[in-house]
Design a protein around this ligand. Structure first.
Ligand SMILES: Nc1ncnc2c1ncn2[C@@H]1O[C@H](COP(=O)(O)OP(=O)(O)OP(=O)(O)O)[C@@H](O)[C@H]1O
Ligand SMILES: [Mg+2]
Length: 486
């Protein structure tokens, strides 16, 4: 505002957001050469101290402007983040599966299976489109190798290529899903030494109902792989893990035991499995222990495997002399065996009789006999527990182990009896339409009977070995040489 006298007095400052409140006009620096003259009758403006500093200084004005802009932008950014998080929360849904969970392996195997299927369809399809748009885009793979070396020297190996750590995408029933496999490198799982891992599946919220069906499919696929197969588990630290590939089940009747023995054990196990409530009502731990004892090669291990197969159970194989197995681990393993499994401990006599001896490198087994008894007793969980022990020397076992509650049914699985030898023989060659088979069988039966009376026996394993190498006639002939004094 300049007056007519040409003396600059006051200048209005634009009334913007920053200067609001500074209503008093603030005098500005007069134009050079002019002396500011305050008119006699004018009321001198009374600028506040802060106002005078801020309003006077263009730097401050610019600073405030910038600050305001910053505040606005930060607010907008926060709002954007908040909005997108909220949107993601509302629109997306994630499912985390850790490798502690059974579904973890199922899911990875399922994904690997889908990749294979997709690769096959892409290869067989002529359409360029189906080749260029893979159903699953996995560029980081990891391999899970299952290797099994058998006693006879043969081995089998299976490479399973599964999605490796990283991000993968796939489509399931028309919905895209993101799979993030992450590995925690800083900490390991106690005992097993495996790193923690998680797989996170993310999809649109509207497709959340696909998760259960996807997991169900993965489980079904895993079960199908095991169908008709026997899974043998071994202890890894304090965990049970499948050992080798699932094996083909052995028919129960292919293991020929003495008359009635097989039925006796089978019926006992079935009766036990039917009486869960009975046990619960009486507060008795729902467990049953079996001891199969007898000479080597009589079919103890084979019978237990065939029985597990016929019941649809897995076998948890526990070696008591295993290094690193201490009382506490044994206790944990026995109380945490997988559902529907038989715990099998072979050669229980050896585990404790050799305890005083040390192995070549001076290692001593650290499962104590009392620890073992406690572990057998302590299996008091509500879960059913079927425990099978085997030994060649029942006489070496401590009576404390064989008492009911620990061993509820002990069975002698002996060398071949006359009828057993005949049944093994006829069962072995029955596909060979041999008319004289029955007669040859009778011959073998009476041979075993005669030798038995002279205190000489033959093991079922030895008979089986001869049958494998010979035809029926030669086998009966060769069997004469197999008897040993017992
Ligand atoms: N009763 C049987 N019926 C059919 N096959 C048998 C029988 N007994 C043994 N065999 C055969 O002999 C082999 C050895 O049997 P298995 O390992 O079951 O004997 P085991 O009693 O467990 O011996 P060990 O006491 O040495 O462990 C197997 O190949 C099995 O098929
Ligand atoms: Mg055995």
């Amino acid at each position: 505002m300049s007056d007519a006298s040409g003396v600059a007095t006051v200048k209005d400052i634009p009334n913007d957001a920053l200067t609001t409140g500074l209503t008093t006009p603030v005098p500005t620096v007069p134009a050079p050469g002019n002396t500011p003259v305050v008119p006699q009758n004018a009321i001198p403006p009374q600028p506040s101290f802060v106002g005078s500093i801020i309003g006077d200084n263009p730097y401050f004005q610019a600073g405030f402007g910038l600050m305001g802009l910053g505040v606005v932008l930060t607010g907008a950014r926060q709002a954007l983040i908040f909005g997108s998080t909220a949107l993601r929360r509302r629109m997306l849904v994630s499912l985390e599966i850790s490798n502690k969970d059974k579904a973890y392996d199922w899911f990875l195997a399922w994904m690997a299976h889908q990749t294979q299927v997709q690769a096959q369809t892409a290869a067989s399809s002529r359409s360029i489109f189906s080749r260029s748009v893979p159903w699953i885009r996995s560029h980081q793979l990891s391999v899970e190798t299952t290797f099994e070396q058998r006693k006879n020297g043969s081995s089998s190996v299976l490479f399973n290529l599964v999605a490796g750590p990283g991000t993968h995408w796939f489509r399931y029933r028309g919905a895209w899903m993101q799979v993030k496999r992450e590995r925690e490198t800083r900490s390991m799982q106690m005992m097993s030494g495996q790193p923690w891992e998680t797989v996170t599946l993310t999809t649109l919220s509207k497709d959340r109902n696909l998760f259960p069906s996807l997991l169900g499919e993965a489980r079904e696929l895993a079960m199908k792989g095991h169908e008709g197969k026997l899974v043998v588990m071994t202890a890894w630290g304090i965990e049970w893990r499948p050992f080798g590939l699932p094996r083909r089940k052995r028919p129960l009747r292919s293991v020929v035991l003495d008359d009635g023995v097989s039925e006796k054990i089978e019926n006992d196990v079935k009766a036990f499995l039917d009486r869960r409530q009975w046990y619960a009502d009486r507060g008795i731990p729902y467990r049953r222990g079996y001891l199969l004892h007898g000479p080597p090669g009589s079919g103890k291990s084979s019978f237990i495997q065939a029985l597990a197969g016929s019941l649809g159970y897995d076998i948890c194989l526990l070696n008591l002399s295993e290094r690193g197995l201490a009382d506490d681990k044994l206790f944990h393993l026995l109380s945490n065996a997988p559902e529907r499994s038989i715990i099998l401990m072979e050669d229980v006599d050896a585990a404790f009789n050799k305890r005083i001896q040390t192995s070549e490198d001076g290692y001593q087994s650290s499962v104590t006999f009392s620890g073992f008894l406690n572990a057998l007793d302590g299996v008091a969980s509500g879960e059913e527990r079927l425990i099978f022990l085997t030994t060649n020397h029942i006489e070496k076992l401590d009576p404390a182990l064989v008492r009911p509650g620990r061993v509820d049914l002990a069975c002698l699985i002996d060398d071949a009896s006359p009828s057993q030898a005949k049944r093994l023989f006829t069962g072995f060659y029955d596909s060979e339409q041999n008319i004289g088979l029955e007669h040859l069988g009778d011959e073998l039966e009476s041979m075993v009977d005669k030798e038995m009376k002279q205190g000489r026996r033959v093991s079922m394993a030895a008979l089986q070995g001869t049958f494998i190498r010979n035809g029926p006639e030669e086998a009966v002939e060769a069997a004469k040489e197999l008897f040993v004094n017992r």
